[in-house]
Design a protein around this ligand. Structure first.
Ligand SMILES: O=C(O)CCC(=O)C(=O)O
Ligand SMILES: [Fe+2]
Length: 383
C-alpha cells in the first residue's frame, strides 16, 4: 500500500515536472495519464496540491466574472422555483402561469429549481451513490474508459481537457452517452439499471420543460422540440467528483463556463460548490433536497435567437467533504442543424444572431477545446 502511494506521489511529481517543462502540451509530450484527483486527495498527509492545479486570480482576469470575484460571494435564496406538476397536471390557468414563470426564469436567470418533478427521491439517491461507487473502483478499472476521443460514448478522466490546459481542475468525471443509444459501464453492478431508469425519467421531465419553454417564447408547444429533434436527442450524462482539497482557495472544480446543450438538469449530493453568475455576482446555489436544478445552455441561446441566454457557472471545491454533481445534458439530435427558430425571426422580424451549426460539430468543438466561458458560442455570433 505504502509503495503504491509512493508510486503515485512519484507520478504526480514527474507529472508536475513534465508540465512545467512542456507548458500544456502534455498530451503528446508526456505519455503518462494524469492521475485522478481522487488518488491525489487520498495521498496520506497531503498538505498542499501539485502546482499544476494552482490557479492564481489572474486566470480570471478578463471580464465581468473577475470583477465579481473580487466582491463577496452571496448565498442565493431566491433562485426561481418551478412546480413541475402544474405543467403536466395543472388546470390550463395553472399551466399558463407556470409557462410564464418558466419564461421569466429562463430570461432573467438561466437557472431554476424544479420541484414535484416526478423523479423518485430513492432513484436520485441511488444515482448519486452508484456514481460514488464508480469513482471508488480501482484506477485500472476506471482507466479502461479513459478519454481517447471526445465523442466516445463512455469517457472517464480528470480536469476537463488536460491536453489543452495549463492548469488542471480538481475534478474527476465520468461521461456517458445515454441517448439515442443507451450506453453504460458494466461496473459497478446495478450502474446500468439505475442509469437507464434515471435517464428515462430525466428525459421525460426535460421534454415537458422544453414544451413549456417553447410556449413561453410565444410558439406552439411542439415547435422547439421538433426543431431540436428531441426524439433522438443526444443526451450526455456527466458525473463529477470533487474530492476534498487541502488548498481550496487555490484550486477550481470547473471554470466559468456555459453548457453545450439545450438544457442541463443537475443533481447534487448535500455538499455545496456550484456558483452561478447573476447580476455580476457569483452566487452559491446550495443543494435543495429532492429538487433538481435546471439551466439553459448554448443551443437554447441559439434557437431562441439570444432571448434565453446560457448562463456562466463554475464549481468551487472545499477541504472537508467530497462533492458529487450529476449533470444530464439534454441536447438536440447530433445531426440537427441548430439555428435560430425561423418562427421567432418571422414573428419579430429579427435578423438571426447566430450561424447555423450541426450539434455534433458543436459538441466536438466544445469538448476538444479549453472550457472557457462562452468561447464556443461566441464563435457563432453574427452581430
Ligand atoms: O458541479 C457542478 O455543480 C457543475 C457541473 C457543471 O457545470 C457541468 O458538469 O457542466
Ligand atoms: Fe456546466
Amino acid at each position: 500500500m505504502w509503495i503504491r502511494k509512493e508510486g503515485l506521489l512519484t507520478v504526480i511529481y514527474i507529472f508536475d515536472i513534465c508540465i512545467k517543462r512542456t507548458g500544456y502540451s502534455i498530451g503528446t509530450l508526456c505519455p503518462m495519464a494524469l492521475p485522478s484527483v481522487k488518488a491525489i486527495a487520498e495521498t496520506p498527509n497531503l498538505a498542499s496540491i501539485p502546482s499544476s492545479y494552482i490557479f492564481t486570480t489572474s486566470d480570471d482576469s478578463d471580464d465581468v466574472a473577475a470583477a465579481a470575484d473580487a466582491a463577496p460571494h452571496r448565498v442565493e435564496v431566491s433562485i426561481p422555483t418551478i412546480d413541475f406538476s402544474l405543467l403536466t397536471t395543472g388546470t390550463s390557468h395553472q399551466r399558463s402561469k407556470v409557462v410564464n414563470e418558466l419564461g421569466k426564469a429562463c430570461h432573467d436567470w438561466g437557472f431554476f429549481m424544479v420541484i414535484n418533478h416526478g423523479v423518485g427521491e430513492g432513484l436520485m439517491k441511488e444515482m448519486v451513490e452508484i456514481c460514488r461507487e464508480f469513482f471508488d473502483l480501482k484506477e485500472e478499472e476506471k482507466r479502461e474508459y479513459e478519454t481517447k476521443h471526445v465523442l466516445d460514448p463512455i469517457r472517464y478522466g480528470t480536469s476537463f481537457n488536460p491536453k489543452m490546459e495549463e492548469v488542471f481542475f480538481w475534478r474527476d468525471y465520468l461521461k456517458v452517452l445515454v441517448h439515442p443509444k443507451f450506453h453504460s459501464p458494466p461496473k459497478p453492478t446495478r450502474f446500468r439499471e439505475i442509469l437507464e431508469e434515471y435517464s428515462k425519467r430525466i428525459r421525460e421531465m426535460a421534454r415537458e420543460l422544453v414544451r413549456g419553454i417553447s410556449e413561453s417564447l410565444g410558439l406552439e408547444a411542439y415547435n422547439l422540440e421538433k426543431a431540436a429533434e428531441l426524439e433522438s436527442s443526444s443526451t450526455l450524462f456527466a458525473a463529477n467528483l470533487y474530492p476534498p482539497c487541502p488548498q481550496p482557495q487555490f484550486a477550481r472544480g470547473l471554470p466559468p463556463h456555459s453548457d453545450q446543450c439545450l438544457l442541463t438538469v443537475l443533481l447534487q449530493n448535500h455538499v455545496s460548490g456550484l456558483q452561478i453568475l447573476h447580476d455580476h455576482q457569483w452566487l452559491t446555489v446550495n443543494p435543495v433536497p429532492n429538487a433538481l436544478l435546471v439551466n439553459t445552455a448554448d443551443q437554447l441561446e441559439i434557437m431562441s435567437n439570444g432571448k434565453y441566454k446560457s448562463v456562466l457557472h463554475r464549481a468551487m471545491v472545499n477541504d472537508k467533504a467530497t462533492r458529487i454533481s450529476i449533470a444530464m445534458a439534454i441536447g438536440p439530435s447530433s445531426q440537427t442543424l441548430v439555428a435560430p427558430l425561423p418562427e421567432l425571426l418571422h414573428k419579430h422580424n429579427n435578423p438571426p444572431l447566430f450561424k447555423t451549426i450541426k450539434y455534433k460539430d458543436y459538441m466536438e468543438m466544445l469538448q476538444s477545446n479549453k472550457l472557457e466561458r462562452k468561447s464556443c458560442l461566441d464563435r457563432l455570433r453574427l452581430l
